[in-house]
Write a protein that binds this ligand. Structure first.
Ligand code: LLP
Length: 444
């Protein structure tokens, strides 16, 4: 198990517990990840840059497969996707959750078997559905009543498409209001409480082109407790029992989505995946036995917990400003490569790397270079008091929902993604350039 899966104290890592397991201290304040000095990565690929530790991704996939030997582990591509990532996920035996024709096409052209793909989306475009059907995705997750007939019509006979119905089980969980999806009153899924889920299930069962393999729910993201998942299982099994009563159908599958939380800063809690697996299986067995139902095959869809801890963002300090009693450390990236602090108030633990310093720490605010006062990467964090332009700042736990949510704001250009493995660094995704912007801008 990698060091980042251990607690700070047990690993004795002095602030490195949330870093990839391969992280090593080098002389003069340098750090290496995957056997590669981060300062060398910064020199070679320039900054800002995102570093992904391939072994950490693979170790996390293996940890999931070991924890869930009987279940399907389906990686949520929205956390981070590239062709290399597709290959790693495939080689480690995981499935893939995609939510657009774009993600789907990237995955399949990179060699991912379509039958191991789950297609999501609260508002699937005709192209999403058509491509899903044409490529032969394993499951399409129905998220609204109107798409049942659309998927069925496009499937046509004699083809049969496997689908699931996304249910809102009425469980409140998740690290921020914007990423809670388990209760009514948000856009995803079909409500258990108002009968929309039952209604959609009946509709799907009425379509001969569709094969309903089971129910799906995704209650939220950055969840660090097991309990909400157990409540969700009880409610989902309750619904499965009602479906059997009213339609005489038992489902062979149950997909519980993702949402597994990670520690972004030393000492923060993370979801215990092994405990989750053990308690989910126990709850499922008990609930199904009580309802007289066969135990369905489980699926889980982790995104963040696979990708986030494997990533490190590297920035160069451009300016240091003392104003209003605060110390602002401005770097060459910001909200265009990491919108999470601005969107969810996410907190990170940045670190000065690449030189030794004995300077007393000051409380600093790391900000980006964008024309917006809310472009803050990390508020109130300790940094050495002599932090200055030219310094390198590294931010761990940067592998999920940063590059994948990056924007073209201020035409700064999205950063490159560099994989490190066995002492070598290689470019996975190149930096977005002025030339890329020029090419898209076709009018006058
Ligand atoms: N399955 C479904 C249907 C989902 O919608 C999601 C995430 C996942 C699985 C994976 O969830 P995870 O294991 O990564 O928590 N941008 C936000 C997170 C949004 C999550 C969206 N759905 C953030 O940066 O915190």
């Amino acid at each position: 198990m990698s060091a980042s899966l251990l607690t700070e104290d047990s690993a004795g890592l002095d602030g490195l517990s949330v870093w990839p397991g391969s992280t090593t201290r080098l002389p003069h304040g340098h750090l290496s990840v995957g056997g590669v000095s981060l300062a060398e990565v910064a020199d070679r690929f320039d900054t800002p840059a995102y570093v992904l530790d391939e072994d950490e991704i693979r170790a996390r996939c293996r940890m999931y497969r070991a924890a869930f030997p009987q279940a399907d582990v389906v990686y949520a591509a929205k956390a981070f996707l590239s062709r290399a990532m597709v290959r790693w996920i495939h080689e480690e035996g995981l499935g893939l959750d995609v939510c657009s024709a774009g993600e789907l096409e990237l995955a399949v052209t990179a060699g991912f078997p379509p039958e191991r793909v789950v297609l999501h989306g609260n508002a699937k475009t005709p192209r999403d559905i058509e491509l899903g059907l044409r490529l032969g995705v394993g499951r399409i997750v129905v998220d609204s009543p109107s798409e049942v007939a659309r998927i069925a019509a496009l499937t046509g006979l004699p083809g049969r498409q496997k689908v699931m119905v996304r249910v809102v089980p009425g469980v409140a969980a998740g690290g921020h209001e914007k990423i809670r999806t388990g209760t009514d009153g948000q856009k995803f899924g079909l409500s258990l409480t108002d009968g929309s889920a039952q209604h959609a299930i009946a509709r799907v069962l009425g379509q001969p082109q569709l094969e309903l393999t089971g129910l799906h729910c995704h209650i939220g993201s950055q969840i660090t407790e097991v309990k909400p998942y157990l409540v969700a299982v009880r409610r989902m099994v309750g619904l499965m029992a009602r479906v059997r009563e009213s339609h005489g159908v038992t489902f062979p599958e149950l997909d519980l989505g993702g949402g597994h939380g990670v520690a972004y800063r030393p000492g923060e809690p993370a979801l215990d995946v092994t405990a989750l697996a053990r308690r989910l299986n126990a709850e499922l067995a008990t609930s199904c036995a009580a309802a007289g139902l066969p135990v369905p095959r489980l699926a889980v869809e982790p995104g963040r917990a696979i990708a986030a801890p494997a990533g490190v963002a590297l920035y160069r300090v451009l300016a240091v400003k003392h104003t209003g009693g605060k110390v602002f450390v401005a770097v060459d990236g910001g909200m265009s490569d990491n919108p999470r602090p601005a969107l969810y108030g996410a907190r990170y633990a940045p670190r000065l790397i690449g030189r030794a310093t004995g300077a007393e720490p000051v409380t600093a605010t790391v900000v980006g270079r964008h024309c917006e006062a809310g472009d803050v990467l990390a508020d109130d964090v300790p940094l050495p008091g002599d932090v200055r332009p030219g310094d390198l700042i590294a931010v761990p736990v940067a592998g999920a929902y940063q590059v994948s949510m990056a924007s073209a704001y201020n035409l700064v250009g999205r950063p490159p993604v560099v994989a490190v493995h066995g002492g070598a660094a290689r470019l996975l995704v190149r930096r977005e350039t002025q030339e890329d912007f020029r090419r898209r801008d076709v009018g006058v």
